[in-house]
Design a protein around this ligand. Structure first.
Ligand code: SF4
Length: 438
Protein backbone atom coordinates (compact mmCIF):
# COMPACT_ATOMS: atom_id res chain seq x y z
CA UNK A 1 0.00 0.00 0.00
CA UNK A 2 1.52 3.31 -1.07
CA UNK A 3 0.81 6.79 0.19
CA UNK A 4 2.13 6.54 3.74
CA UNK A 5 5.53 6.63 5.38
CA UNK A 6 6.88 4.32 8.08
CA UNK A 7 7.26 6.92 10.79
CA UNK A 8 4.24 9.13 10.35
CA UNK A 9 1.67 9.35 13.13
CA UNK A 10 -1.88 10.63 13.31
CA UNK A 11 -3.10 11.69 16.77
CA UNK A 12 -6.66 12.48 17.79
CA UNK A 13 -7.81 13.67 21.21
CA UNK A 14 -11.12 13.74 23.06
CA UNK A 15 -11.77 15.38 26.41
CA UNK A 16 -10.29 17.88 28.82
CA UNK A 17 -7.17 20.05 28.83
CA UNK A 18 -5.40 17.32 30.74
CA UNK A 19 -5.95 14.97 27.79
CA UNK A 20 -4.93 17.61 25.26
CA UNK A 21 -1.69 18.10 27.18
CA UNK A 22 -1.18 14.31 27.38
CA UNK A 23 -1.40 14.25 23.58
CA UNK A 24 1.30 16.95 23.48
CA UNK A 25 3.46 14.59 25.53
CA UNK A 26 2.62 11.60 23.31
CA UNK A 27 3.74 13.74 20.34
CA UNK A 28 6.94 14.69 22.22
CA UNK A 29 7.79 11.03 22.88
CA UNK A 30 7.06 10.08 19.25
CA UNK A 31 9.20 12.95 17.94
CA UNK A 32 12.05 11.52 20.06
CA UNK A 33 11.55 8.26 18.14
CA UNK A 34 11.83 10.07 14.81
CA UNK A 35 8.12 10.35 13.99
CA UNK A 36 6.54 13.06 11.87
CA UNK A 37 2.86 13.97 12.12
CA UNK A 38 -0.02 14.17 9.69
CA UNK A 39 -3.58 15.43 9.94
CA UNK A 40 -4.69 12.74 7.45
CA UNK A 41 -5.10 9.30 9.06
CA UNK A 42 -4.96 7.73 5.58
CA UNK A 43 -1.28 8.75 5.37
CA UNK A 44 -0.27 7.47 8.81
CA UNK A 45 1.59 4.32 9.78
CA UNK A 46 0.57 4.78 13.42
CA UNK A 47 -2.76 6.08 14.72
CA UNK A 48 -3.11 7.00 18.40
CA UNK A 49 -6.51 7.91 19.82
CA UNK A 50 -6.37 9.65 23.18
CA UNK A 51 -9.77 8.99 24.73
CA UNK A 52 -12.04 10.48 27.36
CA UNK A 53 -14.56 8.52 29.41
CA UNK A 54 -16.02 11.31 31.50
CA UNK A 55 -19.27 11.24 29.52
CA UNK A 56 -20.99 8.57 27.49
CA UNK A 57 -21.27 10.90 24.48
CA UNK A 58 -17.48 11.28 24.15
CA UNK A 59 -17.15 7.51 24.36
CA UNK A 60 -19.70 7.00 21.56
CA UNK A 61 -17.94 9.54 19.33
CA UNK A 62 -14.64 7.76 19.88
CA UNK A 63 -16.11 4.30 19.10
CA UNK A 64 -17.62 5.52 15.85
CA UNK A 65 -14.28 7.07 14.82
CA UNK A 66 -12.55 3.80 15.73
CA UNK A 67 -14.88 2.03 13.27
CA UNK A 68 -13.43 4.16 10.47
CA UNK A 69 -9.86 3.26 11.46
CA UNK A 70 -10.83 -0.42 11.54
CA UNK A 71 -11.84 -0.14 7.88
CA UNK A 72 -8.51 1.58 7.09
CA UNK A 73 -6.67 -1.27 8.72
CA UNK A 74 -8.55 -3.85 6.65
CA UNK A 75 -7.11 -2.19 3.55
CA UNK A 76 -3.69 -1.84 5.13
CA UNK A 77 -2.98 -4.55 7.72
CA UNK A 78 0.44 -3.04 8.65
CA UNK A 79 -1.23 0.03 10.15
CA UNK A 80 -0.69 0.28 13.93
CA UNK A 81 -3.71 1.45 15.94
CA UNK A 82 -3.30 2.40 19.59
CA UNK A 83 -5.86 3.63 22.10
CA UNK A 84 -4.65 5.87 24.94
CA UNK A 85 -6.25 7.85 27.75
CA UNK A 86 -9.08 7.15 30.13
CA UNK A 87 -11.00 4.51 28.14
CA UNK A 88 -7.79 2.52 27.68
CA UNK A 89 -7.07 2.74 31.39
CA UNK A 90 -10.61 1.94 32.42
CA UNK A 91 -11.13 -1.05 30.13
CA UNK A 92 -7.62 -2.56 30.41
CA UNK A 93 -7.06 -5.92 28.62
CA UNK A 94 -10.77 -6.19 27.93
CA UNK A 95 -10.60 -3.43 25.33
CA UNK A 96 -8.04 -5.41 23.30
CA UNK A 97 -10.10 -8.57 23.57
CA UNK A 98 -13.23 -6.78 22.32
CA UNK A 99 -11.39 -4.87 19.58
CA UNK A 100 -8.96 -7.30 17.97
CA UNK A 101 -7.73 -4.80 15.36
CA UNK A 102 -6.34 -2.46 18.05
CA UNK A 103 -2.62 -3.18 18.51
CA UNK A 104 -2.03 -1.79 21.97
CA UNK A 105 -3.52 0.46 24.62
CA UNK A 106 -1.89 2.62 27.27
CA UNK A 107 -3.24 4.72 30.11
CA UNK A 108 -2.24 8.28 31.08
CA UNK A 109 0.36 6.94 33.51
CA UNK A 110 2.13 4.89 30.82
CA UNK A 111 2.93 7.41 28.07
CA UNK A 112 6.62 6.97 28.84
CA UNK A 113 6.37 3.33 27.68
CA UNK A 114 5.19 4.25 24.19
CA UNK A 115 8.51 3.46 22.37
CA UNK A 116 8.58 -0.01 23.89
CA UNK A 117 4.93 -0.63 22.94
CA UNK A 118 5.50 0.37 19.32
CA UNK A 119 8.49 -1.92 18.98
CA UNK A 120 7.14 -4.98 20.73
CA UNK A 121 5.46 -7.39 18.39
CA UNK A 122 2.72 -8.29 20.85
CA UNK A 123 -0.68 -6.93 21.78
CA UNK A 124 -0.47 -5.25 25.15
CA UNK A 125 -2.52 -3.11 27.50
CA UNK A 126 -0.10 -0.86 29.41
CA UNK A 127 -2.35 0.32 32.20
CA UNK A 128 -0.20 -0.18 35.32
CA UNK A 129 -0.90 2.15 38.21
CA UNK A 130 2.67 3.36 38.49
CA UNK A 131 3.09 6.86 39.93
CA UNK A 132 6.83 6.86 39.16
CA UNK A 133 6.03 6.45 35.46
CA UNK A 134 3.42 9.19 35.58
CA UNK A 135 5.85 11.62 37.15
CA UNK A 136 8.63 11.16 34.62
CA UNK A 137 9.20 14.52 32.92
CA UNK A 138 8.33 13.95 29.28
CA UNK A 139 9.05 16.18 26.30
CA UNK A 140 5.92 17.80 24.87
CA UNK A 141 5.20 19.23 21.44
CA UNK A 142 2.99 22.24 21.99
CA UNK A 143 1.02 23.73 19.13
CA UNK A 144 1.06 27.19 20.67
CA UNK A 145 4.41 28.80 21.51
CA UNK A 146 2.99 31.73 23.50
CA UNK A 147 0.67 29.82 25.85
CA UNK A 148 1.40 26.49 27.51
CA UNK A 149 -0.19 24.01 29.90
CA UNK A 150 2.01 22.55 32.58
CA UNK A 151 1.01 19.61 34.80
CA UNK A 152 1.58 20.28 38.47
CA UNK A 153 -0.12 17.14 39.75
CA UNK A 154 -1.74 13.93 38.57
CA UNK A 155 -4.77 11.96 39.71
CA UNK A 156 -7.41 12.75 42.29
CA UNK A 157 -8.38 11.53 45.77
CA UNK A 158 -11.88 12.94 45.90
CA UNK A 159 -14.12 10.20 44.48
CA UNK A 160 -17.00 12.46 43.54
CA UNK A 161 -19.73 9.90 43.02
CA UNK A 162 -20.20 10.64 39.29
CA UNK A 163 -16.55 10.79 38.25
CA UNK A 164 -14.24 8.16 36.75
CA UNK A 165 -11.04 10.18 37.12
CA UNK A 166 -9.77 8.59 40.38
CA UNK A 167 -10.26 5.22 38.64
CA UNK A 168 -8.46 6.18 35.43
CA UNK A 169 -5.76 8.59 36.59
CA UNK A 170 -5.05 7.11 40.01
CA UNK A 171 -4.47 8.82 43.36
CA UNK A 172 -3.24 12.38 43.72
CA UNK A 173 0.50 12.98 43.21
CA UNK A 174 2.15 16.41 43.05
CA UNK A 175 5.25 17.26 41.03
CA UNK A 176 8.12 18.94 42.90
CA UNK A 177 8.20 22.76 42.72
CA UNK A 178 11.73 22.65 41.22
CA UNK A 179 10.67 20.43 38.36
CA UNK A 180 7.63 22.62 37.55
CA UNK A 181 9.65 25.84 37.75
CA UNK A 182 12.40 24.29 35.58
CA UNK A 183 9.87 23.39 32.87
CA UNK A 184 8.33 26.88 32.93
CA UNK A 185 11.74 28.60 32.72
CA UNK A 186 12.49 26.54 29.61
CA UNK A 187 9.12 27.58 28.14
CA UNK A 188 9.83 31.24 29.00
CA UNK A 189 13.17 31.01 27.16
CA UNK A 190 11.17 29.79 24.13
CA UNK A 191 8.97 32.94 24.22
CA UNK A 192 6.02 31.51 26.15
CA UNK A 193 4.05 34.29 27.85
CA UNK A 194 1.16 32.54 29.55
CA UNK A 195 1.20 29.40 31.68
CA UNK A 196 -1.81 27.39 32.79
CA UNK A 197 -1.02 25.10 35.72
CA UNK A 198 -2.97 21.87 35.34
CA UNK A 199 -4.30 19.39 37.87
CA UNK A 200 -7.61 17.74 38.77
CA UNK A 201 -7.61 19.63 42.06
CA UNK A 202 -4.80 22.20 42.04
CA UNK A 203 -5.82 23.61 45.44
CA UNK A 204 -4.63 20.47 47.19
CA UNK A 205 -1.16 20.67 45.58
CA UNK A 206 1.70 19.88 48.01
CA UNK A 207 5.36 19.64 47.04
CA UNK A 208 6.28 16.00 47.79
CA UNK A 209 9.33 16.90 49.91
CA UNK A 210 9.00 20.51 51.13
CA UNK A 211 5.17 20.38 51.45
CA UNK A 212 4.96 23.82 49.76
CA UNK A 213 1.31 24.69 49.11
CA UNK A 214 -0.31 25.71 45.83
CA UNK A 215 -0.19 29.39 46.88
CA UNK A 216 3.57 29.01 47.47
CA UNK A 217 3.99 27.35 44.08
CA UNK A 218 2.19 30.34 42.52
CA UNK A 219 4.73 32.65 44.16
CA UNK A 220 7.59 30.73 42.51
CA UNK A 221 5.89 30.78 39.11
CA UNK A 222 5.02 34.46 39.46
CA UNK A 223 8.74 35.20 39.92
CA UNK A 224 9.79 33.65 36.60
CA UNK A 225 11.08 36.32 34.25
CA UNK A 226 9.35 36.78 30.88
CA UNK A 227 6.20 34.93 31.91
CA UNK A 228 3.42 37.54 31.82
CA UNK A 229 0.36 35.61 32.95
CA UNK A 230 -0.34 32.62 35.18
CA UNK A 231 -3.60 30.67 35.20
CA UNK A 232 -4.65 27.43 36.84
CA UNK A 233 -7.36 24.83 36.51
CA UNK A 234 -9.23 23.05 38.14
CA UNK A 235 -10.03 24.19 41.67
CA UNK A 236 -12.13 22.23 44.15
CA UNK A 237 -14.31 24.53 46.30
CA UNK A 238 -13.63 22.57 49.48
CA UNK A 239 -9.86 23.21 49.16
CA UNK A 240 -10.00 26.87 48.14
CA UNK A 241 -8.10 28.51 50.99
CA UNK A 242 -7.79 32.10 52.20
CA UNK A 243 -4.05 31.76 51.46
CA UNK A 244 -4.83 31.04 47.80
CA UNK A 245 -7.34 33.89 47.54
CA UNK A 246 -4.67 36.28 48.87
CA UNK A 247 -2.13 34.86 46.40
CA UNK A 248 -4.49 35.57 43.47
CA UNK A 249 -5.00 39.08 44.84
CA UNK A 250 -1.34 39.85 45.53
CA UNK A 251 0.67 38.13 42.79
CA UNK A 252 0.64 40.42 39.75
CA UNK A 253 0.96 37.73 37.10
CA UNK A 254 -1.79 35.51 38.48
CA UNK A 255 -4.91 36.31 36.47
CA UNK A 256 -8.22 37.36 38.04
CA UNK A 257 -10.17 34.31 36.94
CA UNK A 258 -11.12 31.13 38.73
CA UNK A 259 -12.93 28.07 37.43
CA UNK A 260 -14.74 26.72 40.46
CA UNK A 261 -17.09 23.82 39.68
CA UNK A 262 -20.34 24.12 41.65
CA UNK A 263 -22.09 21.10 39.99
CA UNK A 264 -25.47 21.70 41.71
CA UNK A 265 -27.22 24.42 43.69
CA UNK A 266 -28.87 21.83 45.94
CA UNK A 267 -26.94 20.87 49.09
CA UNK A 268 -28.76 17.53 49.11
CA UNK A 269 -27.48 16.70 45.61
CA UNK A 270 -23.99 18.01 46.47
CA UNK A 271 -23.89 15.57 49.35
CA UNK A 272 -25.00 12.71 47.08
CA UNK A 273 -22.25 13.77 44.68
CA UNK A 274 -19.75 13.48 47.57
CA UNK A 275 -18.54 17.01 46.89
CA UNK A 276 -17.90 17.73 50.60
CA UNK A 277 -19.36 21.25 50.60
CA UNK A 278 -22.87 22.63 50.82
CA UNK A 279 -24.26 25.39 48.62
CA UNK A 280 -23.86 27.78 51.58
CA UNK A 281 -20.15 26.86 51.92
CA UNK A 282 -19.69 27.50 48.21
CA UNK A 283 -21.51 30.81 48.40
CA UNK A 284 -19.22 31.94 51.23
CA UNK A 285 -16.13 31.15 49.15
CA UNK A 286 -17.57 33.25 46.31
CA UNK A 287 -18.16 36.14 48.74
CA UNK A 288 -14.55 35.91 49.95
CA UNK A 289 -13.22 35.84 46.38
CA UNK A 290 -15.25 38.91 45.40
CA UNK A 291 -14.40 40.78 48.59
CA UNK A 292 -10.66 40.29 48.10
CA UNK A 293 -10.47 40.41 44.30
CA UNK A 294 -13.06 42.86 42.96
CA UNK A 295 -13.82 42.15 39.29
CA UNK A 296 -12.63 38.53 39.43
CA UNK A 297 -14.34 36.43 36.80
CA UNK A 298 -15.79 33.17 38.02
CA UNK A 299 -16.78 30.25 35.80
CA UNK A 300 -18.24 26.92 36.81
CA UNK A 301 -19.41 23.42 35.84
CA UNK A 302 -22.98 22.21 36.34
CA UNK A 303 -24.39 18.69 36.04
CA UNK A 304 -28.05 18.50 34.98
CA UNK A 305 -30.19 15.57 36.09
CA UNK A 306 -28.07 13.80 38.69
CA UNK A 307 -29.84 10.68 40.10
CA UNK A 308 -32.54 11.70 42.59
CA UNK A 309 -32.57 15.33 41.43
CA UNK A 310 -36.10 16.68 41.97
CA UNK A 311 -37.71 19.69 40.28
CA UNK A 312 -36.90 21.63 43.47
CA UNK A 313 -33.20 20.63 43.31
CA UNK A 314 -33.12 21.77 39.70
CA UNK A 315 -34.77 25.06 40.72
CA UNK A 316 -32.07 25.43 43.41
CA UNK A 317 -29.44 25.20 40.69
CA UNK A 318 -31.20 27.88 38.63
CA UNK A 319 -31.42 30.13 41.72
CA UNK A 320 -27.72 29.57 42.40
CA UNK A 321 -26.89 30.65 38.84
CA UNK A 322 -29.00 33.80 39.28
CA UNK A 323 -27.64 34.56 42.75
CA UNK A 324 -23.95 34.07 41.96
CA UNK A 325 -23.95 35.43 38.41
CA UNK A 326 -21.17 33.35 36.90
CA UNK A 327 -19.25 34.76 33.96
CA UNK A 328 -19.75 31.42 32.22
CA UNK A 329 -20.69 27.82 32.89
CA UNK A 330 -20.05 24.46 31.27
CA UNK A 331 -23.21 22.44 31.82
CA UNK A 332 -23.69 18.78 30.92
CA UNK A 333 -26.30 16.10 31.35
CA UNK A 334 -25.45 13.58 34.05
CA UNK A 335 -23.84 10.56 32.44
CA UNK A 336 -23.77 7.11 34.07
CA UNK A 337 -20.12 6.04 34.18
CA UNK A 338 -18.61 2.66 34.97
CA UNK A 339 -17.04 2.12 38.41
CA UNK A 340 -18.73 5.21 39.90
CA UNK A 341 -21.01 5.17 42.94
CA UNK A 342 -23.70 7.24 41.19
CA UNK A 343 -24.09 4.60 38.47
CA UNK A 344 -25.77 2.33 41.00
CA UNK A 345 -27.91 5.02 42.66
CA UNK A 346 -31.70 4.87 42.63
CA UNK A 347 -33.59 7.68 40.93
CA UNK A 348 -31.80 7.71 37.55
CA UNK A 349 -33.66 10.25 35.40
CA UNK A 350 -35.01 9.96 31.86
CA UNK A 351 -32.83 11.39 29.12
CA UNK A 352 -35.67 13.74 28.20
CA UNK A 353 -35.85 15.26 31.70
CA UNK A 354 -32.08 15.66 31.78
CA UNK A 355 -32.13 17.32 28.34
CA UNK A 356 -34.91 19.73 29.34
CA UNK A 357 -33.11 20.72 32.55
CA UNK A 358 -29.84 21.17 30.69
CA UNK A 359 -31.55 23.42 28.15
CA UNK A 360 -33.01 25.63 30.90
CA UNK A 361 -29.63 25.90 32.61
CA UNK A 362 -27.83 26.81 29.39
CA UNK A 363 -30.43 29.39 28.37
CA UNK A 364 -30.36 31.07 31.78
CA UNK A 365 -26.56 31.11 31.86
CA UNK A 366 -26.39 32.55 28.34
CA UNK A 367 -28.54 35.47 29.47
CA UNK A 368 -26.38 36.03 32.56
CA UNK A 369 -23.15 35.90 30.52
CA UNK A 370 -24.65 38.26 27.98
CA UNK A 371 -25.54 40.81 30.69
CA UNK A 372 -22.08 40.60 32.29
CA UNK A 373 -20.32 40.99 28.94
CA UNK A 374 -22.50 43.97 27.99
CA UNK A 375 -21.17 45.84 31.02
CA UNK A 376 -17.69 45.66 29.51
CA UNK A 377 -18.69 47.70 26.45
CA UNK A 378 -16.80 50.99 26.45
CA UNK A 379 -14.07 49.73 28.81
CA UNK A 380 -10.36 49.62 27.97
CA UNK A 381 -8.85 46.22 28.76
CA UNK A 382 -5.45 44.53 28.42
CA UNK A 383 -5.36 41.42 26.24
CA UNK A 384 -2.70 38.91 25.30
CA UNK A 385 -2.70 38.55 21.51
CA UNK A 386 -3.29 34.90 20.53
CA UNK A 387 -3.22 35.24 16.73
CA UNK A 388 -5.73 34.58 13.95
CA UNK A 389 -9.26 33.82 15.17
CA UNK A 390 -10.26 30.17 14.75
CA UNK A 391 -13.73 31.18 13.52
CA UNK A 392 -12.83 34.10 11.21
CA UNK A 393 -9.50 34.34 9.36
CA UNK A 394 -10.02 38.11 8.88
CA UNK A 395 -9.93 38.71 12.62
CA UNK A 396 -7.38 38.20 15.33
CA UNK A 397 -8.16 37.14 18.82
CA UNK A 398 -6.82 37.84 22.28
CA UNK A 399 -7.81 37.10 25.86
CA UNK A 400 -8.39 39.34 28.86
CA UNK A 401 -6.88 38.51 32.25
CA UNK A 402 -10.41 37.46 33.19
CA UNK A 403 -10.31 34.85 30.39
CA UNK A 404 -12.72 36.53 27.98
CA UNK A 405 -12.07 36.27 24.27
CA UNK A 406 -11.73 39.55 22.37
CA UNK A 407 -11.81 39.60 18.56
CA UNK A 408 -10.32 42.53 16.68
CA UNK A 409 -9.13 43.64 13.24
CA UNK A 410 -5.36 43.05 13.09
CA UNK A 411 -2.83 45.78 12.59
CA UNK A 412 0.59 45.34 11.01
CA UNK A 413 2.51 46.18 14.16
CA UNK A 414 0.86 43.42 16.19
CA UNK A 415 2.33 40.02 16.90
CA UNK A 416 1.17 36.92 18.71
CA UNK A 417 2.22 36.99 22.37
CA UNK A 418 2.06 40.82 22.72
CA UNK A 419 0.15 42.45 25.55
CA UNK A 420 -1.97 45.28 24.17
CA UNK A 421 -4.88 47.39 25.33
CA UNK A 422 -8.15 47.39 23.43
CA UNK A 423 -11.34 49.43 23.65
CA UNK A 424 -14.30 47.08 23.90
CA UNK A 425 -16.69 48.13 21.14
CA UNK A 426 -19.27 45.35 21.26
CA UNK A 427 -20.20 42.28 23.28
CA UNK A 428 -21.70 38.90 22.48
CA UNK A 429 -22.55 35.84 24.54
CA UNK A 430 -19.26 34.09 24.07
CA UNK A 431 -16.88 36.85 23.04
CA UNK A 432 -16.18 40.57 22.90
CA UNK A 433 -15.19 42.82 20.05
CA UNK A 434 -12.38 45.30 20.52
CA UNK A 435 -10.32 47.99 18.84
CA UNK A 436 -6.59 48.09 19.62
CA UNK A 437 -5.51 51.44 21.03
CA UNK A 438 -3.10 53.30 18.78
S1 SF4 B 1 -12.52 16.42 42.15
FE1 SF4 B 1 -14.24 15.04 41.76
S2 SF4 B 1 -14.90 15.61 39.68
FE2 SF4 B 1 -12.84 16.44 39.93
S3 SF4 B 1 -11.49 14.82 39.12
FE3 SF4 B 1 -11.65 14.49 41.34
S4 SF4 B 1 -13.32 12.99 41.54
FE4 SF4 B 1 -13.48 13.87 39.48
Amino acid sequence: MKGYLDKVAYLQTWGCQMNVHDTEKIAGVLRGEGYLFTDKPEEAALIILNTCSIREKAEHKFMSRLGYFRRLKRKRPGLLIAVAGCIAQQEGERFLIDNQYVDFTFGPQNIVRLPELILKDMRKAAVDDNPALAETDLPAIRNDDTRAWVNIMYGCNNFCSYCVVPHTRGRERSRPVDSIVGEIKTLAALCCKEITLLGQNVNSYKDPSTRASFAELLEHVNAIEDIERVRFVTSHPKDLSQELICAIRDLPKVCEHIHLPLQSGSSKILSMMNRKYSYEDYRQKINLLREHIPGISITTDIIAGFPGETEQDHEDTLSALREIGFDGAFAFKYSRRPYTAAKEMDGQLDEQIKSERLKTILELQDDITDKINRRLKGQTIEILVEGVSASDPNHWTGRTRTNKIVNFTPEKSLEKGMLITVDITNSFRHSLQGRPQG
